[in-house]
Write a protein that binds this ligand. Structure first.
Ligand code: S3P
Length: 428
């Protein structure tokens, strides 16, 4: 797919619902007894994978325009799936669902696509088995996961070894099936949508944040309007900042403090970003984000903020290569085990643009002047890499070509239509 140089982006954007919140809303509504309603649920392929898995577990899920109506099964009442549960490309589906399935009275198997089948699952298998679950991964610690019923699921006090919301949530979901209280300890904050949606008690101590969970937190049926996804918005934010004469408003975006690190970093780089009409709904902050063309300069990225911006590093690095000074990120080893090895993907693509790149095990730095020409970028089948280089291409006088761009549908199938809504012309 070719992207052309663009300026003068103007107007308002409404983006699909937050992917992380949508996954959880579908899962919790499926677990709860009775009817739940989810408005503005994400239309991402990843969330479709979650919906399809829970249908296989016997949940009735009806899709009506911008609405999902879910008839949940109630406590430990899912049906035994007749086939394997296919999580597609979605780590959140596979990892969170494992926490739920290890408490059921039937065997299930989770599989996924080629990319998900390479991603580490030991990080959930080990602590879930410490809780008495009966889960096995392949010899390489990857999918398929085979989950057998356990007679001995018990509470846990567990300090997370990786700053991962998916691992944290898998343990919380298993612990929801136990009368007594489990305590999960998190030293570096990761996204807290699970805690917020379930209304869990948390306590900040010297050891870290303690998260308390037991059966009394098991979800009840609910109604939710999912705010728009800040990770999806960040591609438009960076484009709006760097394209000339632009002024865009992105409406009703989730401003949960475990996700807004991208705004903090961009603001410290000199970005003209303002928040308008902030409110709290369903326990989550949300508001409109106004973005105006800005001159950016690179800044240090602190270690503690990495889990908060982990999905935004590809697009943040694009902002970095157009900003004054050198872009550098470290302490981000997790990028190697995302939908692609994102450190490698970013370094290879910046080299194609003639930039000076130094690759580290846990990050990279990039500097120099872009050599424009007939540039082609690789998406590596990774939606966030594809969108990051689409934005980069729209900032280059000669534009750029993205190979295997279709993968954007993993998080945002309507990326192109949304660009057009801001005045981007794809038929130059
Ligand atoms: C997610 C958590 C993060 C993030 C992913 C979504 C979630 O992964 O990268 O896109 O919804 O819990 P990790 O928990 O593996 O860091």
């Amino acid at each position: 797919m070719k992207f052309y140089y663009t300026e003068n982006l103007n107007g308002e954007l409404s983006l699909p619902g937050d992917k992380s919140i949508s996954h959880r809303a579908v899962m919790f509504a499926s677990m709860a007894e009775g009817e739940s309603i989810i408005k503005n649920c994400s239309n991402a392929e990843d969330v479709k994978s979650t919906i399809s898995c829970f249908r296989k577990l016997g949940v009735e899920i009806q899709e009506k325009e911008n609405l999902l109506i879910i008839k949940g099964k109630g406590f430990k009442n899912f049906s035994r799936p007749e086939e394997k549960l296919y999580a597609g490309n979605s780590g959140t589906t596979a990892r969170l669902m494992s926490g739920i399935l290890c408490a059921q009275n039937f065997e299930s198997i989770i599989t996924g696509d080629e990319s998900l089948s390479k991603r580490p699952m030991k990080r959930i298998v080990e602590p879930l088995n410490m809780m008495g679950a009966n889960i096995t991964a392949s010899d390489t610690g990857t999918l398929p996961l085979i989950i057998k019923p356990s007679k001995n699921l018990h509470t846990i006090k567990y300090k997370l070894k990786v700053a991962s919301a998916q691992v944290k949530s898998a343990l919380i979901l298993a612990a929801l099936h136990l009368e007594d209280e489990s305590i999960i300890i998190e030293q570096i904050p990761s996204r807290n949508h699970t805690e917020k949606l379930l209304g869990l008690k948390t306590e900040n101590t010297e050891e870290g944040t303690l998260i308390y969970v037991s059966k009394k937190n098991y979800p009840k049926n609910f109604e939710i309007t999912v705010p728009s996804d800040i990770s999806t918005a960040s591609f438009f934010i960076v484009l709006g900042l760097l394209s000339k004469n632009s002024n865009i408003l992105i409406k009703n975006v989730s401003l949960n403090e475990t996700r807004t690190g991208i705004l903090e970093i961009l603001n410290s780089m000199g970005a003209k970003i303002t928040i308008e009409d902030e409110i709290i709904q369903n326990g989550e902050k949300r508001g409109n984000i106004r973005v105006k063309s800005s001159e950016l300069r690179n800044t240090e990225i602190p270690e503690e903020i990495i889990p908060n911006i982990i999905d935004e590093i590809p697009i943040l690095s694009v902002a970095g290569v157009f900003a004054e000074g050198k872009f550098r990120v470290t302490n981000a080893k997790e990028l190697r085990v995302k939908e692609s090895d994102r450190i490698k993907a970013l370094c290879e693509n910046y080299k194609r643009a003639g930039l000076k790149v130094v690759e580290y095990e846990d990050g990279f730095e990039v500097d120099g002047k872009i050599v424009e020409g007939n540039l082609t970028f690789e998406s590596y089948g990774d939606h966030r890499i594809a969108m990051a280089y689409a934005v980069m291409s729209m900032l280059l006088k000669n534009g750029g070509q993205i190979n295997n761009f279709d993968c954007v549908s993993i998080s945002n199938p309507d990326f192109l239509a949304q660009l057009q809504c801001l005045g981007y012309n794809s038929k130059i």
